[in-house]
Design a protein around this ligand. Structure first.
Ligand code: MTE
Ligand code: LUZ
Ligand code: MOS
Length: 755
């Protein structure tokens, strides 16, 4: 089935936050944010701003009736700064005016005096000064200390991966509309409607049942709206509550880039030990996560880094420690992969460094250490591994030997242009690592004309969730998909929802939808059984008709639904799903946190221009474990999109804060993302269809995040191309590998001498 949103998308009719028709009298908000990364507020002067045309009111921390607090995991983040600012871009005041332009103009007139305090931007410096968000955590398997003596080779090194701007096409925003009895409806561009509801209730000190959050769809979230959409919802609600008027705030791109957190930069140290057979015997790694100025989701992101620190390899002795370091940057947050990619980069760098030291191909070390079914992850879960299947399929299907020969031949024949090739296996755990978050609900109504309405906890953000939900309902009822409508995500219809995240929303919400539809279908079958005086087991509903003992009757779906209604049988169901069998004990750092894992392998080939340092990705050839894909068109789209987003993070997206904590890459003129010219010339995706245990919905597997990590392959393919030009190159493991860095690695001596 084609994505059900494509029709309105191509006609420009899809509704995003900024397309919602405005209620008469709507006011517009804009934030005044801190120009300084750390300091004590001496004075805030809003007099000139208040006198600007169209300004209605300016809100500060003093106007908050409830708690001035938006921290989810830890209560450490104010909605509006009261006495101190902790990062450049921290909201201080909220201007409300009769137009967006008037609000923006007034923001410029606000004056603030701040006594500066020391600014930290580097996570290692934060760790030295004991500025930590939470105490460090360590995952351990075997005994690394004893294992070093069994190693024939021991290699150490350091790595860094930079942050990444989400760059959802639709910026953050919210629209709060007052209702009777002081209730508030908030339209929000959020992945977590319940999070917006909960945060607003806390800020306004009103109960959650007075706050309705409604989300039609997002123009992208990528994790950036998992937690960080709440602030704008709460601000609009704060103003609407005081003024009894609708208030809207849709951020401008530069406001969004300046004020919101991004993917966490990491700085890491590794030590890897191998034996003569190239088996990895021991691995120690320390992660320094740059959390920014408040916890946000950093503790959970840090945890997933630890979970994925060995990628798809089995290593018998592992010790992985992570520090969540508090710096004066905007609080960093969820971003597709959620700390997993950062952990995987380090083990891949360790393997590359070991391969260079031992003068063998990294491919040999990767292949020899792939996870097998029955192997234990450092956190105690036993692997059901598809790693070898994906790897072998990729090597054979795409003829790795021939690809490598082509690269070598090209490099022998070309002096100023070199090719590089790298393999990137992935392994990603599916489930929120916090077990309680793995729950979802669906509300299904069959109307008396036979049409069906479905509401779930899931948010459509371009990933095709609504199409998959519709497929579930159409398949269980066996009716024409056109009879079904998937409705907006709304906290009055489905309550206490987890954010749409962790790639698990089709699994969880699809399953809840299935359970609701099966329950309704069962009641409908009972009605048919009575009508045809047949046993319920002989009744089938297929293709809009009722069948008895395999024979079609003259009862259509519509007739069945009407008969049920006349008999006063419920045509509605609210269902709950929580995946069984998952748990984690943080006191032991062991458990079975993931329902299952997703595997895959990518072969990436690149060409670098050795005069200019610029490069192209020639091809990425993937074998990916989709389970039994519910929707191959959507899943290919997810795979391609995630891959390109991963390549962007690894190669060109260069986020830059200066020493004062000011974002320099603050617009699309200074922050480069992949465009049509920089995507791989070829992307081939082979479906490894596995029909194993049904752990998700209809034997499919989650697809949203895992393919992002194939992008890491582009970094190492570039690395290998540089080595082909300059075998002595000492390339730092410092992503992204921008053309500047490629050039520096090609000619380190010459460039130094010319400086
Ligand atoms: N695809 C599009 N087009 N837009 C998005 O914002 N977010 C990604 C992924 N794919 C995203 C996307 C992220 S971060 C996640 S966690 C999953 O979609 C969430 O949706 P799912 O659980 O339905 O896969
Ligand atoms: N969000 C979250 C996530 O809260 N917990 C997770 O484990 C997770 N994983 C991936 C993406 N978002
Ligand atoms: Mo995705 S980072 O789980 O929103």
């Amino acid at each position: 089935m084609m994505n059900i949103d494509s029709y309105t998308h191509v006609r420009g009719e899809s509704v995003y936050l900024d397309d919602i028709p405005l209620v008469n009298g709507t006011l517009f908000a804009s934030v005044f944010d801190s120009p300084v990364a750390h300091g004590k507020i001496k004075s805030l002067d809003i007099d000139a701003a208040m006198k600007m045309p169209g300004v209605v009111r300016i809100f500060t921390a003093a106007d908050i009736p409830g708690e001035n607090q938006i921290g989810g995991i830890i209560a450490d983040e104010e909605l509006l700064a009261s006495t101190h600012v902790h990062f450049c871009g921290m909201p201080v005041a909220l201007v409300v005016a009769t137009s967006d332009e008037a609000a923006k103009a007034a923001v410029k007139k606000i004056k603030i005096e701040i006594d500066p305090l020391p600014v930290i931007t580097d996570p290692r410096e934060a760790k030295e000064k004991n500025e930590l968000i939470i105490p460090p955590r360590t995952f351990q398997l075997g005994d690394t200390t004893a294992a070093w003596t069994q190693c024939d080779y021991i290699i150490e090194g350091s790595t860094a991966t930079n942050g990444q701007e989400h760059l959802y096409i639709e910026t953050q925003g919210a629209y709060a509309v007052p209702q009777e009895n002081s209730a508030i409806r908030i339209y929000s561009s959020t992945q977590g409607p319940t999070q917006v509801q909960r945060t607003t209730a806390r800020v306004l000190n009103i109960p959650m049942n007075f706050i309705e959050v409604d989300t039609t769809r997002l123009g992208g979230g990528f994790g950036g709206k998992e937690d960080q959409a709440s602030a704008w919802g709460a601000m609009c609600a704060l103003a609407a509550w005081h003024l009894k008027k609708p208030v809207k705030y849709s951020l401008h791109r530069m406001e969004d880039m300046r004020m919101t957190g991004k993917r966490h930069p990491y700085s890491s140290d590794f030590k890897i030990g191998l034996n003569k057979d190239y088996k990895i015997v021991a691995y120690e790694v320390t992660f320094f996560q740059n959390a920014g100025a408040a916890a946000d989701l950093s503790p959970a992101v840090m945890e997933r880094t630890l979970f994925h620190c060995t990628n798809s390899y089995f290593i018998p002795n592992v010790k992985a420690t992570a520090y969540s370091c508090k710096t004066n940057l905007p609080p960093n947050t969820a971003f597709r992969g959620f700390g997993g990619p950062q952990g995987m980069f380090v083990i891949e760098a360790a393997i590359a460094e070991a391969a260079a030291a031992l003068n063998v191909s990294p491919i040999l070390i990767q292949q020899k250490n792939l996870l097998k079914t029955g192997d234990e992850f450092p956190y105690g879960q036993i692997a059901q591994s598809e790693a070898n299947e994906c790897w072998d399929k990729a090597v054979n299907l795409y003829d790795l030997q021939k690809l490598q020969q082509e690269v070598d031949a090209y490099n022998n024949n070309n002096k100023l242009s070199k090719k590089g090739l790298a393999l990137m296996p992935i392994c990603f755990g599916i489930s929120f690592t916090k077990t309680l978050m793995n729950q979802a609900r669906a509300l299904v109504h069959v109307y008396t004309d036979g049409s069906v309405g479905v509401s779930t906890a899931g948010v459509e953000m371009g990933q095709g969730l609504n199409t998959k939900i519709l497929q579930v309902a159409a398949s269980i009822f066996s009716i024409n998909p056109e009879r079904i409508k998937v409705n907006t995500t709304n906290t009055y219809r489905v309550a206490n929802t987890s954010p749409t995240a962790a790639s698990a929303s089709s699994d969880l919400n699809g399953k809840a939808t299935e359970i609701a539809c099966v329950a309704i279908l069962q009641r409908l079958k009972e009605v048919a059984a009575e009508e045809f005086t047949a046993d319920i087991s002989s009744i089938e509903v297929k293709e809009d008709c009722v069948f008895v003992n395999g024979k079609q009757t003259d009862w259509s779906w519509n007739k069945l639904v009407q008969a049920a209604f006349v008999k006063r049988v419920s045509l509605s169901e609210h269902a709950h799903y929580a995946p069984p069998g998952i748990w984690f004990d943080t006191t032991k750092e062991k458990g079975h946190p993931f329902t299952y894992h997703v595997y895959g392998t990518a072969i990436t080939t690149v060409t670098i221009d050795c005069l200019r340092g610029i490069y192209e990705v020639d091809s990425v050839k993937i074998v990916h474990d989709f389970g039994k894909s519910m929707n191959p068109i959507i899943d290919i789209g997810q795979c391609e999109g995630a891959l390109v987003q991963g390549i962007g993070w690894m190669t060109m997206e260069e986020m830059l804060y200066d020493k004062e904590g000011k974002l320099k890459s603050n617009a699309l003129s200074t922050y480069k993302v992949p465009d049509i010219y920089s995507v791989p010339k070829e992307i081939t995706i082979h479906f490894l269809e596995t029909e194993k245990e049904n752990l998700a919905i209809f034997r499919s597997k989650a697809v949203g995040e895992p393919p992002l990590m194939y992008g890491i392959g582009a970094y190492f393919a570039l690395f290998n191309a540089i080595k082909a030009f300059n075998p002595a190159a000492n390339i730092p493991y410092d992503a992204p590998m921008t053309p500047e860095k490629v050039l520096m690695s090609l000619y380190p001596q010459t460039l130094k001498e010319n400086k």
